[in-house]
Design a protein around this ligand. Structure first.
Ligand SMILES: Nc1ncnc2c1ncn2[C@@H]1O[C@H](COP(=O)(O)OP(=O)(O)OP(=O)(O)O)[C@@H](O)[C@H]1O
Ligand SMILES: [Mg+2]
Length: 442
């Protein structure tokens, strides 16, 4: 599968369309979401910072003016009132710190200085410790030391519930992406399934033509294609039937003429060849009819006597057909069609394996399997499907001059699908072919 070059090296790149769409959609949405959140966050940060600086500038200047005018004894009582979220006043020298400041802190220092004016020169130091903390030292007019303790944290209080909201948003994104991907991919899977099961001969249900417009369109197109295929097949079969049928009369005439001709080797050969041609034509008609086997009425038959009578008919003419394990019971089916299927399978077993064994098995779920077994050469695994096609014969059977048109299995296959059964071929352990007809519940 061709992959974009960038993704070539990524082993984790998922293989299914469903997961790929999901990953792309979710990643895109999540990144876009994170970006807008980041923009919002930084906006708010900038706004909160400027609010902090503004209060520092206006309030600190007023507070220092008040403290300066108060008698030294009353100052302590006012400290608490003048305190704000990000700073407080301390009487005294404060704690010694590091006069080297970071850019942000230096800005705070210069703002305070600008606000309170040159009258009170300040020395700002940052305090060691985990949290960011500054102290600005100055002297009031009466020479008393005063310290402004600034804690620039708390600038951006984050609500406790914020992570939950983010989590809820993320789950919403996951759910929506999942739903969207499912919606997009499911019709594709349905289409593939329908194409897989496509068999114009059997009555598999049509694709539902409802849903979003594109999906409905695809389903309609698919159904139309199915109908066209069925129509072509029907036409092909009808042409075959017509030709085969029309050939019957001239062949019969030729046979009559040949039989009336003088005795000679050529005459016998001619009659023999005409017999071959007649058989081919009959098979052709039978194949064409098998596509329309729906005409026959279904009836209830006793499986054991059905199989046994079939085997007796062969044994009467000296053919090696035996009956193996039988599970009795009645089934409802179209007996002529079933008989025709089994005869074709038994004929093959006799022709290619020399003998045939019939087995019947009923499984727990009520399905009945009828198997025709032989010990012949079997069929190469790669050809097991192909031999079901009309006029398909394996190379070895052509060479072996076994005779036949290659229609036997095609007819059996077609009739099986007409009576709602399925035909499967497989090679047996120890050699030979097993042809199995599986009938649904009676
Ligand atoms: N039991 C089997 N063992 C081995 N090969 C088989 C067997 N049954 C069918 N085949 C192969 O499958 C081919 C197709 O079988 P099919 O019955 O359709 O045609 P056919 O027997 O050759 O001719 P027809 O049945 O029309 O007289 C055969 O030619 C043969 O090569
Ligand atoms: Mg055959």
């Amino acid at each position: 599968m061709a992959r974009p070059a960038v993704l070539e090296g990524i082993r984790l790149w998922p293989r299914t369309l469903r997961t790929r769409l999901f990953v792309i959609l979710l990643a895109g949405l999540a990144i876009a979401h994170a970006m807008s959140f980041a923009v919002l966050f930084s906006e708010r940060y900038i706004a909160a910072r400027s609010v902090m600086f503004n209060t520092l500038e206006t309030d600190v200047a007023t507070s220092i003016a008040i403290l300066d005018r108060l008698p030294a004894a009353e100052r302590a009582a006012w400290l608490e009132k003048l305190e704000r979220g990000s700073y407080s006043f301390v009487l005294g020298q404060g704690i010694p710190g590091n006069p080297a400041l970071e850019a942000d802190d230096a800005e705070i220092a210069s703002r305070i200085q600008a606000a309170i004016g040159a009258k009170y020169p300040i020395e700002v130091e940052s305090l060691p410790g985990g949290i960011r903390r500054l102290q600005a030292h100055l002297r009031l007019s009466d020479g008393e030391p005063l310290t402004i303790d600034v804690t620039p944290r708390g600038v951006m209080p984050v609500a406790d519930w914020l992570p939950y909201v983010l989590l809820a948003q993320l789950s919403l994104l996951v759910l929506c992406s999942f739903a969207a991907v499912r919606l997009a991919v499911r019709p594709l899977a349905n289409l593939a399934k329908a194409a897989d099961a496509l068999d114009p001969n059997s009555n598999t249900p049509r694709l539902s033509e409802t849903g979003p417009r594109e999906v409905a369109h695809a389903a309609t197109a698919f159904n139309a294609m199915r109908d066209r295929i069925a129509q072509y097949l029907e036409e092909r079969v009808q042409i075959l039937a017509a030709i085969s049928h029309d050939l019957q009369t001239p062949i019969t005439r030729m046979k009559l003429r040949a039989e009336m001709a003088e005795d000679s080797i050529d005459r016998d050969k001619l009659i023999q060849d005409l017999g071959e041609v007649e058989r081919l034509v009959k098979e052709g008609v039978a194949y064409a009819r098998s596509a329309h086997g729906k005409d026959e009425k279904a009836s209830r038959i006793d499986l054991t006597s059905f199989i046994e009578s079939l085997a007796y008919d062969y044994q009467d003419t000296g053919k090696a057909v035996t009956v193996g394990e039988l599970s009795d019971g009645a089934i409802v089916t179209r007996p002529h069609a079933l008989r025709r299927i089994l005869t074709n399978l038994i004929d093959n077993a006799l022709k290619f394996g020399g003998s045939a064994e019939i087995e019947v098995q009923r499984s727990a779920d009520g399905t009945v399997s009828i198997r025709v077994l032989d010990r012949g050469p079997g069929i190469p695994e790669s050809q097991l499907k192909a031999v079901l096609q009309p006029f398909f014969r394996l190379e070895q059977s052509r060479n072996r001059d076994t005779g036949g048109t290659g229609l036997g299995l095609a007819i059996a296959h077609q009739l099986a699908s007409v009576i709602g059964a399925s035909l499967t071929l497989r090679n047996r352990d120890g050699g030979g072919l097993a042809a199995e007809i599986t009938l649904g519940t009676a």
